[in-house]
Design a protein around this ligand. Sequence first.
Ligand code: AMP
Ligand code: MN
Ligand code: MN
Ligand code: MN
Length: 292
Amino acid sequence: MLDYDLHCHSVFSDGTLTPTELVNRAAERGVRVMALTDHDDVAGLDEARAVATQHGITFINGVEVSVSWRSHTLHIVGLAINPHFPALTEGLRGVRSGRGERAQKMSDALAKAGIGGMLAGAYQYANNPNMVGRAHFARYLVESGHCKDMKSVFNRYLVKGKPGYVPHQWATLDDAIAWIRGSGGVAVLAHPGRYMSGRNGMGKKTMHELLSEFVELGGQAIEVVTGSHTPEQYAEFARYAEEFNLLASCGSDFHGPGESYRDMGRLPDFPLSCKPVWHAWEKPAITQLSEH
Ligand code: AMP
Ligand code: MN
Ligand code: MN
Ligand code: MN
């Protein structure tokens, strides 16, 4: 079992726990090294680090950047970033800035579909109002009785082709990787299996094109073991990692009790071919050597 959890969310984006509650939970569940990776914001890192230190957990500064690539929304996780690097903080501010207007449009679209009061409802769940997003809409849609759970709410209202979906322009892949790398961090393609699923998912050819471009732009790792993947997908993306000479990352993508597929920590081991992403910061010299 892996005692690294390098992907999770707090109330500073769309998680339901404070950084303190999240790190306490990680500690209880045997996590030894963790990264907090809130969407498009680094505001929770200081609190999380302070609590992690009390528990003897090694804390890695993280972020999950929203990206638009072709017709797809991708998430790029930055690990071991410097959260004070100006290009990163300014870039993230830019990514966040469109969320308010998008929320307004989502609320208008849902009102047209007969569901009113959504804007105020979603903001009730957004502890960080700059980061209002689909998860906050989803929680309110469940609470107000329009849907029974988070999964059905997305499928019925919040994904492409459904009444509450509003297309949005996030960061470019190029910028997201440049901000992360520029700050000294490692750029990780989050939950790649998700981009291949569903009616609007990409095929294998497009995934190959994405990974080629990702590597060319300085991307260094992909998530192999994540709460979004099945065990078959661990193997599938371990093969992609090998083919593209990418490091492998792992994380629960935990958002809160009762909401996520996986709780913090206790992730199954990587397939044997994987080179763990932490070699990039724990053993940089060895990682460099193995490239030759
Ligand atoms: P946004 O950045 O506002 O588009 O919101 C994206 C977030 O919505 C993701 O990070 C997840 O937390 C959540 N999400 C997206 N799709 C689903 C789904 N099918 N089921 C549950 N949560 C989802
Ligand atoms: Mn989320
Ligand atoms: Mn994500
Ligand atoms: Mn995430």
